[in-house]
Design a protein around this ligand. Structure first.
Ligand code: BES
Ligand code: ZN
Ligand code: ZN
Length: 502
């Protein structure tokens, strides 16, 4: 996607559609009013005869403009003629973009950053246009033939007056960074498991590393993991023909000696459950089981794009969980890199087996300011929180509060969930140091999973765990901004968390 700031008068711009606003009292936005003069009062006519009432989110597309070089004008209702709430501003933007998803429209220019929005400035308003439009025009087309492609928008312009150019450009850098990070996360999530293998994801990470000077990417192969003693991680991979990979994305935008924030992603490129095979219904969704990894990769891309002045390390454990003659058996005991032994009572509780070795690896190689892991870890989290909130576990209140503050700003919702010694007790094993599932089926499944990871966090290290199994992908398609499929959860949230605190 090509994004640009436009300062020239509207009638001089070459776009397939110009987006302008109308209020409920029939007042035209400044751009609508200017444009109205260059199209002989056409906009006023459409408004006065009641084709659009100006209610927030209502739209009318004027698609033929006689005697003008302007191709199309989209009128968007803004609501009452007062400063809009941030929410209504985003609602108007999403209504606009959703009306322009037609293959003949390839470029659009939006003037709505001129509207007054409560407490927000030009920078924020510009950033929202890039974010909302980027989210809405995303389509997973990699596996479709050309004729089925709905939107072909490739160019998005955002207008700004000369005297606010700097603010608009700053907003665009932020918005574009997030839009591109989210786009990558969604694309990787939507790709099917036969294409998006650990090797494929590793290649994507290497490509990112080549693009950005401050980003160093390192790949551990199975033989390296073997040498490091990652018996738990590797046990998950045994049933698969695909070799597992552990990738470190080291983004050094900050001072050399400042401690990095470490983000760890669960990267099951497909989770069949292993010998504890999942039921057939819905198993296809398990291509999304690398959603946490995709979010880590996407947020690192966003940080690099906006040239963030921080050190952030991303660690993603990439592996496929399959049944097979060589797969691990329920009841097997594996040795983790930390030395603790694990009794694998259910091979479908594999994410934690991967994450625990990632956690040990990172603590041996970095001195983290904090660790945040993000994982489609348990079905149980959606029993608690549905598709609305991701679960947030943390061993440090301040860290939890910072994450929740970022969550409120970005509308990627987090709900704090409890850690408690009782849950730890439920992980007792009769033959090993710890079992990989709780002793009581159906009880506190997300909390016991969180505690399992917690058992590998060194004393004094601040750690949070985000269980995104209920929010990483959308099956219903009810979100007006984002089409169904992978939603890129975590990119905005973690970007905001990094931006506000480090
Ligand atoms: N990948 C799944 C969790 C999941 C479920 C993600 C639904 C997205 C949607 C995870 O590996 C898993 O299978 N967890 C088991 C754990 C159980 C065996 C203790 C679960 O949630 O059923
Ligand atoms: Zn599983
Ligand atoms: Zn899984």
């Amino acid at each position: 996607m090509d994004y640009s700031i436009e300062t020239a008068p509207l009638e001089k711009l070459q776009y397939d559609c110009i987006i302008v606003g109308v209020y409920q009292d029939k007042q035209l936005s400044p751009s609508a009013s200017a444009l109205n003069n260059s199209v002989s009062g056409l906009i006023e006519k459409v408004v006065n005869r009641g084709d659009i009432s100006g209610k927030n989110g209502e739209t009318v597309l004027i698609n033929v403009i006689p005697g003008s070089d302007i191709e199309r004008i989209l009128l968007v209702g803004l609501g009452e003629n007062v400063p809009l709430s941030g929410k209504n501003y985003r609602k108007a933007l999403s209504a606009a973009i959703n009306n322009l998803k037609k293959p003949q429209i390839k470029s659009i220019v939006c003037t709505l950053a001129e509207c007054a929005v409560e407490t927000y400035d030009r920078q924020w308003k510009t950033r929202q246009i890039a974010e909302v439009f980027g989210d809405a025009v995303y389509q997973f087309t990699a596996c479709k033939s050309d004729k089925e492609i709905e939107s072909k928008i490739q160019k998005i312009g955002i207008t700004a007056p000369e005297n606010e150019l700097a603010a608009a450009e700053a907003g665009l850098i932020q918005g574009k960074a997030i839009a591109e990070g989210v786009d990558l996360t969604k694309y990787l999530g939507d790709l099917p498991g036969n294409i998006c293998t650990p090797t494929f994801l590793a290649e994507q990470a290497v490509e990112l590393g080549k693009k950005y000077d401050k980003l160093a990417v390192k790949i551990l192969e199975e033989s390296d993991m073997e040498a490091l003693g990652m018996g738990s991680f590797l046990s998950v991979s045994r049933g698969s023909r695909q070799p597992a990979k552990l990738i470190t994305l080291n983004y050094q935008g900050g001072e050399k000696n400042s401690k990095p924030i470490v983000l760890i992603g669960k990267g099951l490129t497909f989770d069949a459950g292993g010998i504890s095979l999942k039921p057939a219904a819905g198993m296809g969704d398990m291509k999304y089981d690398m959603g946490g990894s995709a979010s880590v990769i996407g947020v690192i891309k966003a940080l690099a794009l906006r040239n963030a002045k921080v050190n952030v390390v991303g660690i993603v454990g990439l592996v496929e969980n399959m049944p097979g003659g060589n797969a691990q058996r329920p009841g097997d005991v594996v040795r983790t890199m930390s030395g603790q032994t694990v009794e694998v009572l259910n091979t479908d509780a594999e994410g934690r087996l991967v994450l625990c070795d990632c956690v040990t690896y990172l603590q041996q190689n970095f001195k983290p300011a904090c660790i945040v892991d993000i994982a489609t870890l348990t079905g149980a989290i959606s029993i608690s929180l549905g598709n609305t909130y991701a679960g947030c576990y943390a061993n440090d209140d301040e860290l939890a509060h910072k994450l929740i503050a970022a969550s409120l700003k970005t509308n990627e919702k987090l709900w704090r969930m409890p850690l408690h010694p009782d849950y730890n007790d439920m992980l007792k094993s009769t033959v090993a140091d710890i079992a990989n599932i709780g002793s009581e089926k159906g009880l506190a499944g997300s909390s016991t999973a969180a505690h399992f990871i917690g058992r590998f966090i060194n004393t004094g290290v601040k750690w949070a765990h985000l269980d995104i199994a209920g929010v990483a992908y959308d099956k219903k398609g009810t979100n007006p901004i984002c089409p169904k499929g992978a939603v890129g959860f975590g990119v905005r949230l973690l970007n905001q968390f990094v931006k506000d605190n480090y």
